[in-house]
Design a protein around this ligand. Structure first.
Ligand code: DON
Length: 620
């Protein structure tokens, strides 16, 4: 009893490929439409009840059901693979000079050539395939037969043989093909003997395969030309693309348009009942069932392939790639730490590290759309972090253009003074070596996330703890404001008009000799106070002053000029209070200023005490 398509659907949800294929097979096995080919007498012996389905994945697993192991002759399905073989050996231009790539809209055995170029329209119809057969090299028929068998066998991943009875049968009756071959001798598309070309053509059509073989042959195309079982590279990448393009447009003859519309996969059929369809990068599916429709395509195969394409959304124009999936996951460098064991102070420091690190793990294929998404993602991340680890461990491929875009991302981040480092750059990148190109762009590349994290941790330890929030309010917690109540604070802010000024690392804040007209409270970073001395007037450090401390406060007590240089040691922010504003505060709120003076004196007394200790120790 036929299973309904909803049974097929539920079989998918059972989660097993085997049960899915079984349900698909059961649905179409009872279909009695179509007739077994008889124009080659030997083919009429085929069993119309035979029905096999096989799936071969691009990474080498095969699932099969029904009569998947019954041998049958490959017939026209050979045309796709022999076309690939000719492209590989002779190159695209040489093959294109002899056979075009245009669909005919005519039957497979139509006697029609392009009137302008004299070429057959495409290599999937008999005329084009006979030309391709004429291109097989070898000293004699035996040598050419061997070369043809080797070519098809490489796709199947095993030695193949010719069904001599079918070959004899077709040789004896294939007069239409003979007519086509001689027509092409006349038009100059076949250089040598048309009978030699037909010999190899009839033999290639008579090669015995199983449904499983056909699936593996298709999977070799799905796997970019590498046989997923043998590991042999059978075709170069460019040839695979050419073969699949022609299969897509011409593989199903005068049914090709409807096929593209309904199924949307590159495919090739044969009159013995074989059909193979390719899902590039993923898998191939093959069918064997001898009854044919009026186009010469297997009835059950076409129907089942249409069903599977619908069920699994395989149509080439059905967007199954979610570009967002290129971001495998994102981790925060605060939650994930390197495996470096750190002492307790360092751990505490890292907990308070200023610059958060983001780890972005990529996965799958990097091509324009996915890399564009990565660029967008990093752009959004840049608002919250300037440190990113991009991990490529789970990336499976990267085309040349994408490798270029990744290098561009590195440059953009470096130019913006941000840090993008790389973890595990695999040997990918098409024609450019991605890691070499990244190194040339001054990228840091680490073996794994662990080492990249360690690098950022070391950096954070050198930089010190996180800088506190930069705001006027933040100075309230410092000693200068000790004893302030709410009202003091409000009055202080209103009268002293404190302002925040930020300085880049190394910037000069105060220069010796400048008028002393303001003083500073450090609310982020730190400064170095230096003076010139010695015979060579060398700049030496008087002190370094950090967070929460004041400098330039002598301006409050004397009219005069600065006695030393002050420069920012790291990026620094200060609250600056002008001397005249401070005078206004003193006039309006002397009690507040008294508190400030007391706090300054306490701090200065502490500094003096420390200086005395130093002087004493130097003198002793
Ligand atoms: O040229 C022929 O007649 C056959 N040996 C091959 C034709 C074929 O398989 C057409 N495909 N559906």
């Amino acid at each position: 009893m036929a299973l309904s398509s909803s049974a097929v659907a539920s079989a998918i949800f059972e989660g097993s490929v085997a049960s899915f294929l079984k349900a698909l097979h059961a649905e179409f096995l009872p279909d009695r439409d179509g007739n077994v080919a008889t124009y080659i007498p030997e083919l009429s012996n085929a069993d119309p009840d035979h029905f096999g389905i096989a799936i071969a994945t691009a990474d080498g697993r095969v699932h099969a059901v029904g009569d998947w192991d019954v041998p049958f002759t490959i017939q026209s399905a050979s045309k796709a693979f022999m076309y690939g073989e000719a492209l590989k050996r002779l190159g695209r231009d040489a093959v294109l000079a002899k056979v075009g790539v245009e669909p005919t809209g005519d039957a497979f055995n139509s006697i029609v050539l392009d009137e302008i170029t004299n070429r057959p329209f495409n290599p999937m119809v008999n005329a084009g395939a006979i030309v391709v057969s004429s291109l097989v090299e070898g000293a004699d028929r035996t040598a050419r037969e061997k070369a043809m068998l080797a070519a098809l066998g490489a796709f199947a991943g095993r030695d193949l043989a010719i069904d001599r009875a079918v070959f004899e049968s077709e040789s004896a009756t294939g007069h239409r093909n003979r007519a086509i071959a001689y027509l092409m001798l006349n038009s100059g598309m076949i250089d040598a003997s048309p009978d030699d070309a037909l010999d190899i053509y009839f033999k290639q059509c008579s090669v015995l395969v199983t449904c499983r073989d056909l699936a593996v042959m298709g999977a070799t195309l799905a796997n970019d030309g590498v046989n997923p079982l043998s590991g042999e590279r059978v075709l170069p990448t460019g040839c695979v693309q050419d073969v699949l393009s022609v299969m897509y447009g011409c593989g199903m003859y005068d049914y090709a348009g409807q096929w593209s519309f309904d199924v949307g996969l590159p495919a090739k059929s044969g009159v013995a009942g074989g059909l193979v369809a390719v899902v590039p990068g993923e898998f191939a599916i093959a069918f064997y069932s001898p009854p044919l429709d009026r186009f010469g395509n297997t009835v059950r195969g076409v129907k089942a392939c249409k069903r599977i394409s619908e069920m699994l959304s395989l149509h080439s124009f059905c967007s199954r790639t979610e570009v967002g999936s290129v971001i495998r996951r994102e981790l925060c460098g605060l939650t994930v730490r390197s495996n470096r064991v750190r002492k307790r102070e360092d751990r505490t420091l890292l907990d308070a590290a200023a610059a958060p690190v983001r780890i972005v793990e990529l996965q799958g294929a990097l091509h324009f759309a996915t890399v564009e998404r990565v660029g967008f993602h990093l752009g959004a991340l840049a608002a919250s972090t300037s440190r990113v680890i991009l991990d490529l461990r789970h990336v499976t491929s990267c085309d040349m253009a994408s490798a270029g875009f990744l290098v561009g991302l590195q440059r953009i981040w470096s130019d913006a003074g941000r840090m993008l480092v790389w973890s595990f750059v695999p040997p990918i990148g098409g024609l450019i070596d991605l890691s070499a190109a990244l190194v040339a762009a001054k990228a840091h590349i680490f073996a794994d996330i662990d080492h990249a994290l360690e690098y950022f941790e070391d950096l954070a330890l050198v930089e010190g703890p996180a800088q506190p929030e930069v705001s006027i309010d933040s100075m309230r917690r410092f000693d200068l404001c000790r004893g302030f109540d709410e009202q003091d604070w409000t009055n202080f802010v209103v009268c002293a008009a404190p302002k925040i000024v930020e300085f880049e690392a190394g910037a000069t804040i105060v220069r010796a000799g400048d008028p002393a007209d303001r003083f500073f409270i450090i609310i982020a970073g730190g400064v170095r106070v230096s003076s010139r001395g010695g015979q060579d007037a060398r700049l030496f450090r008087l002190s370094s002053i950090g967070l929460g401390l004041t400098f330039g406060e002598m301006a409050l007590f004397e009219d005069g000029r600065r006695s030393a240089d002050v420069a920012a040691e790291t990026r620094t922010a200060c609250v600056v209070i002008a001397k005249d504003a401070f005078a206004r505060l003193e006039a309006a709120h002397p009690a507040i200023v008294a508190k400030i003076y007391a706090n300054i004196i306490r701090e200065q007394a502490e500094r003096l005490r420390r200086a005395n200790v130093t002087i004493n120790s130097l003198e002793s």
